[in-house]
Design a protein around this ligand. Structure first.
Ligand SMILES: [Zn+2]
Length: 507
């Protein structure tokens, strides 16, 4: 609709030739040995250069013009089409309060954005779940996988469907499958990963997509976290939510009982944790100090940690089950997981994730290393944890202490962190850590920040930032990158800078 781009046919042919060469290498990587079987050699291997894009961009700008831009500006050879979500991070136009980029629709889509499945759901795959009606109505029910996939194939590009565990409360079936907090209240739009009908939905969706279309695979997003980290504001949500920590539904009660884990003790532990958190926020210092009181609570109620772990295990079992389902359809199909941002700047969260373990569940990991918005998010984490568990520690000291724990180099102080963002060195170190952790058992594709929205006064992406972050990920030895979060929030000069980094970074 509003594409600013006009390219000559000569240019297009030239880039198609380049892209075809690039893709031939990636195809060799994906088939045969399999992307998951072997991390490609650092030198001379063709990198997988992907971009996340929602249906609205193809509706606004047209399929062929968008693919032209991806190849010409971004050196992209792999599409991650947001095929299922009700969220706004991966789908829809630019979000409210942010400037529109220099392409695509220039008005808010709040009036028509709904979300759901942007392909065609086939009912037979959803027989075992109440979640049967998810087709996205946004664009008259158009099937964007059917539209974009053949066009990508004609250019020799790889094509993955991104599916994200984000829901709206008015989808039929969602309320009944939602999580329950420790006080017994349903939590809007968050589905319990232990519920069999939730598992049946994700397996059904993955099966539907992989059987109905000739895909290369699935990228699965699930950013929900367990109750301990939610309570402390140390999870992806970045809200201190001690009063609403989940999940205490009947399914959780059943699974806990099988493990000899007491539902009542866990509930009591979370009640006391909430009292601790609310007391800290009200500046009521325990006589032994905040950190000691917190440690004592964990010692007296080991169920607090056990319940947090139960949630993570449920989530990871779900991911593993989806991969097993997909592999049973066609072994060469690839399944990757999005590893949320907190993993890189939050030692408490990091302790709940092991790359060695994740490597056994995925063909590749999309590791979030968003550097610009990373400053704002890291600062928020420090403020949250510094408001409760580490309330006795001056926050700038807490930040420096954390930098040591995380093996960060020279990063800005707390006052400047949001405005400055994190450095390319952060991208490099986090990519290296992921590669060392998986030890060649699966590939690492860092998610590069291209215009991820930030608040007023926080760092905004520039071409220099984008170039440096992309180059850092590649220099660290990653098998490629994934431009994130969605094309509809990326400026074209930033995308072109990422493409330049891909074309000029050796290795
Ligand atoms: Zn539950």
């Amino acid at each position: 609709m509003n594409s600013a781009r006009t390219s000559s046919e000569i240019n297009r042919r030239h880039f198609l030739q380049v892209a075809a060469g690039v893709t031939a290498g990636v195809a060799g990587l994906g088939a045969g040995a399999g992307l998951g079987a072997e991390v490609p050699a650092a030198s001379g291997a063709v990198k997988s250069i992907g971009i996340q894009v929602g249906a609205v961009s193809f509706a606004d700008e047209g399929v062929e013009p968008v693919l032209d831009i991806f190849q010409e500006k971004g050196a992209v050879n792999t599409i991650y089409l947001t095929t299922f979500t009700y969220g706004r991070g991966l789908a829809g136009r630019q979000i409210a309060g942010q400037l529109f980029p220099d392409h695509g629709g220039q008005e808010s889509d709040a009036g028509f954005y709904h979300g759901g499945n942007y392909a065609t759901p086939h009912p037979e795959f959803y027989a075992k779940t109440a979640l049967k009606h998810t087709r996205a109505p946004d664009h008259g029910g158009r099937d964007f996988v059917a539209e974009v996939l053949p066009a990508a194939r004609r250019r020799g590009m790889k094509f993955f469907c991104s599916i994200e565990d984000v829901w709206r409360d008015d989808v039929p079936g969602v309320r009944e499958l939602s999580e329950v907090d420790w006080q017994g209240r349903r939590v809007t739009g968050r589905l319990c990963p232990l519920h069999p009908e939730v598992g049946a939905f994700w397996n059904g969706l993955a099966t539907d997509l992989c059987r109905s279309y000739d895909l290369d695979g699935i990228l699965f997003f699930n950013e929900h976290n367990g109750p301990l980290l939610e309570a402390l504001g140390a999870s992806h949500g970045q809200q201190i939510a001690a009063s609403r920590a989940t999940c205490f539904c009947d399914q959780h009660r059943r699974v806990a009982r099988e493990r000899g884990l007491s539902f009542e003790r866990a509930q009591e532990g979370y009640r006391k944790l909430d009292r601790f958190v609310q007391g800290a926020l009200a500046d009521q210092r325990p006589s032994d100090g905040y950190f000691v009181e917190f440690c004592r609570l964990l010692g007296e109620y080991p169920e607090i940690s056990a319940w947090d772990r139960l949630f993570d295990e449920g989530k990871h079992q779900l991911l593993a089950a989806v991969r097993a389902t997909v592999k049973a359809i066609r072994p060469e199909l690839q399944v990757g997981f999005h590893i949320e941002h907190v993993n890189s700047f939050n030692p408490l969260f990091r302790a709940t994730r092991s790359y060695a373990d994740l490597a056994t569940k995925a063909d590749w990991l999309k590791v979030v290393v968003y550097n610009n918005c990373g400053g704002e998010r890291y600062a928020n984490y420090i403020r949250n944890i510094g408001a409760t568990v580490f309330r006795d520690v001056p926050k700038d000291e807490l930040l420096r202490f954390n930098n040591h724990l995380l093996n960060y180099g020279e990063e800005p102080g707390l006052g400047e962190l949001a405005g400055a963002g994190l450095s390319p060195d952060y991208v490099f170190r986090e990519t290296r850590r992921a590669l060392a952790g998986v030890a060649g058992r699966c590939a690492i594709l860092p998610g590069v920040d291209i215009g991820v929205p930030t608040g007023k006064g926080s760092r905004k992406a520039s071409p220099a930032d984008t170039y440096a972050a992309t180059a850092a990920a590649l220099k660290a030895g990653a098998a490629g990158v994934i431009y994130s979060r969605k094309y509809s929030e990326m400026r074209l000069d930033n995308l072109a800078a990422a493409g330049r980094a891909v074309r000029t970074t050796p290795g």
